[in-house]
Design a protein around this ligand. Structure first.
Ligand SMILES: Cc1ncc(COP(=O)(O)O)c(C=O)c1O
Length: 349
């Protein structure tokens, strides 16, 4: 059931305080945004609805249930030391959502509609943005094929919605495992699109990795089983002896916004060489002095151990490295307006 959000709508009781128990889980806050698309009307103007108890009523034939027309995004609103609410590169999320949708033959909102939806949803839920240093408000824009189909075909109706959830600081691990039995994506497949099916397919490898006490699977390419792709929800970097940063070239990996930011910060701020190319697992195990993964949730976290063919290999000294630390600090400071934002990445609400 959906009820339009009004000034009189009941508000969720405010959490008593922010602490490390925030975790990363779905919560119903005050309001979320929804817009509908149909072949006849295109995108109708979106609006806010009450989030508490909100559910969607969909036809059993909705494309998303059968053929998986679903793409999504993930970004964060954070509070600066001065109490401002800021977003990081939301235009890039809007563009990536359009690219993901195009790959699945789905309509997507314009960049400006996406931004309006995201900003409006954050503003109306502003009291849920955790305090400085206490976490962030995670923003989840989604598009699904809601129109009914029976044969394999694109839906004739779609929903675009945006909801938000406060989340705690990401507590990632630093050990990953290469699973010989799982690939994430293949050349010319959907690896570069942020589509729900990629994540459904990563559940089993992730479970297998966690059961062995690794934070995630590190995927190799599907063609040669040799070149590193990425993790289930983050991109990969390594540092070589001479200080060069290497990261897998785009193709079947998600074009991460944190990845793009790390490349820019490393090369333009620190003057370090960065190369996007094929990165073989053998090269990383024998030559890397540091490795780390990057993404919206983790920001940037070191990898100290890679398990490959059943053996734990320490990376470098087996301790988090200095370049990962410097890059993480620089990125966080830019995101929180504590360091000049030379690229106009930060958007204030
Ligand atoms: C598969 C995958 N790779 C990489 C990333 C990192 O992307 P971003 O930095 O845009 O969050 C994500 C995060 O959403 C992801 O799901």
């Amino acid at each position: 059931m959906l009820k339009p959000f009004t000034d009189q709508s009941p508000l969720q009781p405010q959490a008593p305080g922010w602490d490390d128990s925030l975790g990363f889980r779905y919560q119903e806050l005050d309001a979320f945004w929804l817009a509908r698309w149909s072949e006849k009307t295109g995108w109708e103007p979106g609006q806010l609805y009450e989030h508490q108890g909100a559910t969607l009523e969909l036809s059993l034939g909705a494309n998303v249930f059968h053929y998986g027309q679903a793409v999504f995004e993930g970004l964060k609103a954070r509070r600066t030391r001065e109490g401002k609410i800021v977003l990081f590169r939301p235009v890039d999320n809007a563009r990536r959502m359009r690219a993901s949708a195009a790959r699945l033959l789905m309509p997507a909102p314009s960049v400006s509609t996406f931004l309006e939806a995201v900003k409006t949803t954050v503003r109306v839920n502003a009291r849920w943005v955790p305090g400085y240093g206490k976490g962030s408000l995670y923003i989840r824009p989604v598009i699904i094929g809601s129109g009914p189909v029976l044969g394999v075909a694109p839906a004739s109706e779609y929903l675009f919605f945006v909801f938000v959830c406060p989340v705690g600081q990401y507590m990632g691990g630093d050990r990953v495992i290469v699973l010989t039995s799982a690939h994430r994506a293949a050349p010319y497949g959907t690896g570069a699109a942020k589509t729900a099916g990629n994540y459904a397919a990563s559940l089993l490898p992730q479970r297998m990795a966690k059961e062995k006490h690794y934070v995630d699977a590190l995927y190799l390419d599907a063609r040669e089983d040799r070149y590193i792709e990425e993790l289930s929800g983050a991109n990969f970097f390594a540092v070589l002896h001479d200080g060069t940063l290497i990261t897998p070239a785009l193709g079947s990996i998600l074009p991460g916004i944190t990845r793009a930011s790390v490349i820019t910060v490393a090369s333009e701020l620190f003057g370090w060489p960065v190369v996007e190319r094929k990165v073989s697992i053998d090269e990383v195990l024998s030559h890397a002095v540091e490795a780390f993964y990057v993404g919206t949730a983790a920001v940037l976290a070191p990898i100290t151990v890679i398990n490959y063919q059943g053996v734990d290999h320490p990376i470098g000294t087996g301790e988090p490295g200095p370049r990962a630390r410097m890059l993480r600090q620089a990125l966080e400071e830019i995101q929180l307006q504590e360091r000049p934002d030379l690229w106009d990445w930060v958007v204030e609400l």
